[in-house]
Design a protein around this ligand. Structure first.
Ligand code: AMP
Length: 141
């Protein structure tokens, strides 16, 4: 299968354009990091490039580098902010690969020893997500 075209109206494109709200954690010239509203664990954050691309398959290598550099910042902040024991990084590509939103994104999820991730697709408590976003943002160097 060839990779389908980027859709300018996907949710994350709208977030980048400020047409949809998000809990911002960090932003630089190339990337934007914000809280996942269906967190698999407290502090679950998403990192996206500002340039339009669907996923790993069509992203340019420079953007991949920018995104992983920001993911590292968020991961380090997550370790501190949530006194985490580890970090899970996830990234899905196309329907068959588990992707739901078609703007390239990396999940950065703080983890604790012996605690399983929650199920996907469950809406979180917005006040809690906002507070966790602020905690995380405060630790980003
Ligand atoms: P996936 O494409 O499989 O990586 O899944 C998309 C992720 O985006 C899921 O973890 C959703 O909870 C998350 N998500 C969907 N809509 C929003 C939104 N408006 N703001 C923040 N996260 C979102």
């Amino acid at each position: 299968m060839t990779t389908p075209e980027y859709d300018n109206d996907n949710i994350f494109a709208k977030i980048l354009r400020g047409e949809m709200p998000s809990f911002k954690v960090y932003e630089d010239d190339h990337t934007y990091a914000f809280m996942d509203i269906m967190p698999r664990a407290p502090g679950h954050c998403l990192v996206i490039p500002k340039v339009p691309c669907r996923n790993l398959l069509d992203a340019d290598t420079e953007s991949l580098g920018h995104v992983i550099a920001t993911a590292q910042k968020i991961a380090r902040a997550g370790m501190k902010a949530f006194d985490a024991d580890g970090i899970t990084v996830q990234q899905f590509n196309e329907d068959a690969g588990g992707q739901i939103v078609f703007h390239y994104h990396v999940h950065v999820i703080p983890r604790h020893e012996g605690v399983k991730m929650g199920p996907p697709g469950v809406m979180g408590d917005m006040d809690e997500i906002k507070a966790n976003g602020e905690k995380l943002a405060a630790e980003v160097l």
